[in-house]
Unconditional design. Structure first.
Lengths: 117, 109
């Protein structure tokens, strides 16, 4: 299995809702990432998990809450979002640095397109 | 912090060769990646450079000069399916990768 699977593919939520985005990989990668991408813009890093521990939080608002239950799963819990949070949310994984990340780069999931109304 | 510059748009003809440049400034360089992203799809990994020189993978090659803070992606024998956005990403010593704004390549018949 060489894929990163994200669910759901599309999500529409109100500003008072609570929802979760899910990401799964079975490549044995020990680093997982959440990126946010607005239309015609590059992906922007939100969070990095390395060996199931949060290693980078790019000053993301607390209405986004990441969780890494195990080495294969990564969740992003959403609560009280704003319309400007509408974007494509990409999950990615890689071998941890020193274990091949340099060769294979990141493997991205196909993303969850989120619309906040 | 990191600052990455790429041209916004490029146009080339099917069968031709195109070079997409990327210049960067970073406080701690630990590798440069090139990704391809078709509209509405996730980025896909193309190449990685950490040492100076040219890396070749089929129709795609990537070059790096660390002293100049410069890289390019070379695409040969262009095909219509190569029309996409090409993203340069620089990784720092903390393992964080920052993407440039991307270059939209249009391949014409």
């Amino acid at each position: 299995d060489t894929e990163v699977t994200q669910t759901p593919k599309h999500l529409v939520m109100g500003m008072t809702n609570k929802k979760s985005l899910k990401c799964e990989q079975h490549m044995g990668h020990r680093a997982m990432y959440w990126y946010k991408q607005k239309a015609k813009k590059p992906p922007e890093l939100m969070f990095v998990y390395s060996y199931e521990k949060l290693s980078i939080n790019e000053s993301v608002p607390s209405r986004f809450s990441p969780e890494c239950p195990n080495s294969s799963l990564l969740n992003l819990h959403l609560h009280a979002l704003q319309p400007e949070d509408s974007a494509l949310y990409l999950c990615a994984s890689s071998q941890s640095p020193g274990q091949g990340a340099e060769v294979y780069g990141y493997t991205f999931g196909s993303g969850t397109r989120l619309t906040v109304v | 912090g990191q600052n990455i510059d790429q041209p916004t748009e490029m146009t080339a003809t099917e069968g031709a060769i195109v070079q997409i440049n990327c210049t960067y400034q970073t406080s701690g360089f630990n590798g440069l990646f090139w990704y391809q992203q078709h509209a509405g799809e996730a980025p896909t990994f193309l190449s990685y450079n950490v040492l100076d020189g040219l890396e070749e993978k089929g129709r795609f090659s990537s070059f790096l000069s660390r002293s100049k803070g410069y890289s390019y992606l070379l695409l040969k024998e262009l095909q219509m399916k190569d029309s996409a956005s090409y993203l340069c990403a620089v990784r720092d010593n903390a393992g964080k990768s920052t993407f440039g704004d991307g270059t939209t390549l249009t391949v014409k018949p």
